[in-house]
Design a protein around this ligand. Structure first.
Ligand SMILES: Nc1ncnc2c1ncn2[C@@H]1O[C@H](COP(=O)(O)OP(=O)(O)OP(=O)(O)O)[C@@H](O)[C@H]1O
Ligand SMILES: [Mg+2]
Length: 233
């Protein structure tokens, strides 16, 4: 088994011909949460987008489970590496329709076990069953973020990429969502989350990567016994 979910080797990423990530070399451990922090525009979202090939770097190499990321069929990769966007678009229909569409994307069909999983996926994303029949188009920003998370969970991803998943939530709902993520992490899902709220990283535990103007300036690895080791790069 490969202990690392991802390995980046000298990765340079540009958007609109401007360098947004500068020579990133690091490894992200499997089965351990990682928080990405850094000021607005420092490159957190860009980094996440590389990890399930929403974008590709201009140079360098990204390995997923020890293999170059481009060797995985995109659909398989995105099933194994789920992404819950910050401002997700909803498919037409109910919340349940949205979740089942995600299952169909992952497996090409919808099975009874997918239907049975809807309620569990909603609960994991801190949504109660009353949401199942709601029109997805009429949800608030925070509700959409949680539906996007539930949708991603339908395909049982090994890695969960989250871009400021609590940014549209009130503090209490945000804290509940982070608890839910912690449970997923304990269940073995590799949670990689960009956040501006430092306390969320503390609750989640795990490693922290600090971005500054497209560079990784610190990669703090939590030891299993919860004492921290600071690595400056
Ligand atoms: N679609 C885009 N086209 C061109 N440049 C972009 C695009 N999106 C982001 N950028 C630029 O890439 C850099 C990194 O942005 P990114 O969105 O990764 O930052 P971030 O750390 O996620 O910020 P925030 O905390 O505001 O979400 C910024 O300079 C930004 O202007
Ligand atoms: Mg961002």
């Amino acid at each position: 088994m490969n202990d690392y979910a991802f390995e980046l080797r000298d990765v340079v990423h540009e958007r609109q011909k401007r360098m947004v990530l500068h020579h990133i070399t690091l490894k992200l451990r499997a089965g351990r949460p990682t928080c990405l922090i850094g000021s607005s525009g420092s490159g957190k979202t860009s980094f996440l987008r590389l990890l399930n090939r929403l974008e590709s770097p201009v140079s360098g190499e990204i390995l997923f489970k020890g293999q170059p990321i481009e060797q995985y069929p995109v659909r398989q990769l995105r099933t194994r590496v789920g992404f819950a966007f910050q401002a997700p678009a909803m498919f037409e229909g109910t919340v349940t329709d949205n979740l089942l569409m995600a299952a169909r994307f992952a497996n090409g069909k919808i099975t009874q076990s997918d239907r049975d999983r809807v309620s569990e996926a909603l609960a994991l994303a801190d949504l109660n069953d009353s949401y199942a029949d709601r029109d997805a188009d009429q949800l608030s920003g925070g509700e959409r973020q949680r539906v996007a998370l539930a949708r991603t969970l339908m395909s049982k991803p090994e890695v969960l990429l989250l871009d400021e998943p609590t940014s549209a939530l009130d503090p209490k709902s945000g804290a509940r969502l982070v608890d839910a993520l912690k449970k997923l992490a304990h269940a073995g899902v590799t949670v990689i989350m960009a956040t501006h709220r430092l306390e969320e990283g503390e609750v989640l535990g795990g490693d922290t990567i600090v971005f500054e103007a497209g560079r990784v300036v610190e990669h703090r690895e939590a030891r299993p016994d919860a004492t921290s080791e600071v690595t400056h790069v």
